[in-house]
Ligand binder design. Structure first.
Ligand code: ZN
Length: 150
């Protein structure tokens, strides 16, 4: 288990240092903002959705290692997926991050996103990890609301 934790740590730090798909997206046709005042994380997500598929996605913002790495891994996870698949991933990730720490975790289909399996033990960090996903969902649904994980 400690080896796994170390691996997770390494992945998170790598994505914090070199966030993937960072910046604004010229071709975006959906967007949303999110913030987590408890930690000070702010994020903007740009999406290009065409024929029900997430053609491209980028994010911008500033925040802690967890929120930045989560946003970075999220963009990799949903790029090329259908909107329905992206929303399913949102739900799986939400379950992973918020499930009862005494329950067994289901990381099936989550791939690299499983690196956040430890956050459920830290309620403050849960909000950091799920912020990008709430923002993504708002962008997809086009609600225009600012996602807040307070
Ligand atoms: Zn944070």
């Amino acid at each position: 288990m400690s080896d796994l934790r170390e691996l997770y740590q390494t992945v998170i730090l790598d994505h914090k240092k070199q966030p993937r798909n960072f910046g604004r997206l010229e071709s975006a046709n959906r967007e949303a903002d999110g913030n987590n005042p408890l930690c000070g994380d702010v994020i903007h997500v740009d999406l290009e959705i065409e024929a029900d598929e997430v053609r491209d996605v980028r994010f911008e913002g500033s925040g802690c290692a967890i929120s930045t790495a989560s946003a970075s891994l999220m963009t990799q996870a949903v790029k090329g997926k259908t909107v329905a698949e992206a929303l399913r991933l949102f739900e799986s990730f939400q379950r992973l991050a918020t499930s009862d720490p005494s329950q067994e975790q289901d990381t099936d289909g989550l791939g690299k996103l499983a690196v956040f399996s430890g956050v459920r033990e830290f309620p403050m960090r849960v909000k950091c990890a799920t912020l990008p996903w709430h923002t993504l969902r708002n962008a997809i649904e086009g609600s225009g609301n600012v996602a807040k994980t307070e």
